[in-house]
Design a protein around this ligand. Structure first.
Ligand code: BG6
Length: 529
């Protein structure tokens, strides 16, 4: 799947996946939820970037479906307005944008009615006659309660049948289920209609270049993998800190909370990339099997190894903000967690005894997603007769966003006559080597669906393994409402109890640092949703 990167005088030449050369076959993209936020802020901007890069097939049609009445022209205009707010004035690439909008058709319809699917069948038949386009990617950019019913209706209308070399694929957004039993039920429902290889369960974290880079870092370099195990690693910390609150998503968040919203999906994807065994190839099934095995090896998380928190009022990035319980559509006595910290154990030969600490929260002091791998201390004995008080540990930090890059910290002798040791770091920043690229993080994901590469998507058993790992904790927390909420101030690093979780093991969290260079990511030109 990977082409080789060669250093050049200008820095590194662009690494490209071999499949980037593959042009998708002619196809239709049917978007359910065409007027929704996800379509406007992520799916359509990603399509625009793909159009700019010439990565969409010439015979390509987009059919948008949603409940609100509007014409195709009005839909295109709304999307154009949206793009203008996302892109600096005058910077829209007009030929690429009109290439895309020329292919957009809107159909006002109710997803729950069978006539919607008959009508859709008629539109797809029209495309077949006009352009000989038979392949269809159905994108479910809708609330989770629509996933099962839409797929059943697609099946009943015969729209998921693949024949004569034509493919039919379905993209399902997160959240995939609300817990283990609902994920099982949803998998059972959709697998009655679709085969596993037709289903593309998205986790948008896998659209991030820095997340995809974890496999390259580990398996395309000779120096890391020999150290990547319990003999050399002391512990791992995975942090996804956000400064935003729940914004206008109070109703969704009240029934979801930070654990469900971030852990079995995004954080476990990072964990799987860090912890998986080497696959025998970059083939989708080989990679996904190894990731699933890792998630299956997570030791059930006990309540003693879990901390929850909820933000009160405070100051974030210089702005006073209200507490979670005062956010719109949130109960004034809400017990929903907006922060979670966990200590995990992985029951396999590579990771046994290496604690993995995860934390995520809203309204923290800075926005940063990073993975810190702390290596075991060097033996101190050599330095016992010197003034060195302690040896700093080596830490490999993978900065996922927004300051994409990685650093390795190590010890160096301070110049001078005696032996004094300082902690120093080597740093790689994407911005120093690669041109900034226009991305919202969905380009690769959509492109991969169109070419049928499922490497970055979840299989049924991967999703179920993730829910299984948090199952007991979800149920314990539901039975035992917290009595100390709110327990962290907006703008802080999270609750004190999260510090205790590590302190009891003689460890501390890495600082949640703001991007020292810039607030803007090198890999996001358009803001994500
Ligand atoms: C979403 C969650 O899946 O991921 C949000 O529902 C969260 O609550 C978001 O803010 C984080 O994604 P990113 O890409 O902005 O880090």
């Amino acid at each position: 799947m990977c082409a080789v990167t060669t250093p050049s005088s200008k820095g590194a030449e662009t690494t490209s996946k071999a499949f980037r050369g593959r042009q998708p076959q002619s196809s239709n993209l049917v978007i359910f939820g065409a007027s929704g936020d996800l379509t406007k802020r992520l799916v359509v901007p990603a399509l625009y970037h793909l159009a700019q890069a010439g990565k969409l097939p010439n015979q390509f049609a987009i059919i948008g479906i949603d409940i609100n009445q509007q014409t195709s022209e009005q839909w295109r205009q709304n999307l154009t307005n949206m793009m203008q707010t996302l892109t600096p004035v005058g910077r829209i690439d007009a030929p690429a944008w009109s290439w895309l909008t020329d292919r957009m058709h809107y159909m006002p319809a109710d997803f729950t009615q069978s006539e919607t699917f008959r009508h859709l069948e008629g539109m797809l038949a029209g495309q077949r006659e006009q352009n000989n386009t038979v392949n269809v990617l159905f994108y479910l950019a809708v609330g989770e309660h629509f996933f099962g019913p839409i797929i059943e209706q697609l099946g009943q209308a015969g729209l998921t049948q693949q024949s004569g070399g034509a493919w039919r694929r379905v993209v399902i957004e997160k959240p995939f289920g609300h817990d283990l039993s609902s994920a099982n039920a949803l998998n059972a429902q959709i697998l009655k209609v679709l085969s596993e290889d037709q289903i593309y369960r998205i986790d948008h974290f896998l659209g991030k270049e820095t997340v995809q880079n974890i496999l390259v870092l580990r398996f395309a370099n000779g120096i890391f993998e020999p150290l990547w195990n319990r003999d050399h690693i002391d512990h791992v910390q995975i942090t996804a800190a956000e400064t935003i609150g729940v914004e206008n998503r109070g109703r969704f968040y009240e029934r979801t909370g930070a654990l469900r919203d971030m852990v079995p999906n995004h954080l476990f994807q990072l964990l799987a990339m860090i912890g998986m065994e080497p696959p025998i190839s970059f083939d989708a099934n080989a990679v996904r099997a190894k990731k699933t095995e890792l998630l299956q090896a997570i030791h059930p998380i006990s309540r003693e190894n879990a901390v929850r928190g909820q933000y009160g009022s405070g100051t974030v990035l210089g702005q006073k903000v209200q507490g979670y319980r005062h956010e719109p559509k949130v109960a004034s006595d809400s017990g929903t967690e907006t922060y979670v910290a966990l200590k995990l154990g992985i029951d396999n030969w590579r990771w046994a005894g290496v604690p993995i600490y995860l934390r995520t929260g809203k309204r923290l002091s800075a926005r940063t997603t990073e993975i810190a791998i702390q290596f075991r201390q060097a033996p101190y004995a050599l330095f016992r007769d010197t003034p060195v008080e302690r040896l700093p540990a080596n830490i490999l930090t993978l900065r996922i966003q927004p300051d994409e890059g990685l650093s390795v910290s190590f010890s160096a002798k301070r110049p001078g006559t005696g032996i004094e040791i300082d902690g120093v770091a080597m740093d790689f920043a994407y911005r120093d080597y690669f041109e900034p690229v226009g991305t919202v993080g969905y380009e690769t994901l959509i492109y991969d669906c169109l070419i049928g590469d499922a490497t970055l998507f979840q299989r049924a058993e991967t999703v179920e393994a993730a829910w299984r790992a948090v199952h007991d904790l979800i149920h314990f927390w539901a039975r035992k409402p917290p009595d100390d909420f709110p327990n962290y101030a907006a703008g802080s690093a999270g609750p004190y109890t999260a510090d205790q979780l590590l302190a009891r093991d003689g460890r501390t969290w890495m600082a949640i640092r703001a991007d020292p260079h810039t607030r803007r990511s090198a890999l996001e030109v358009l803001p994500p949703g």
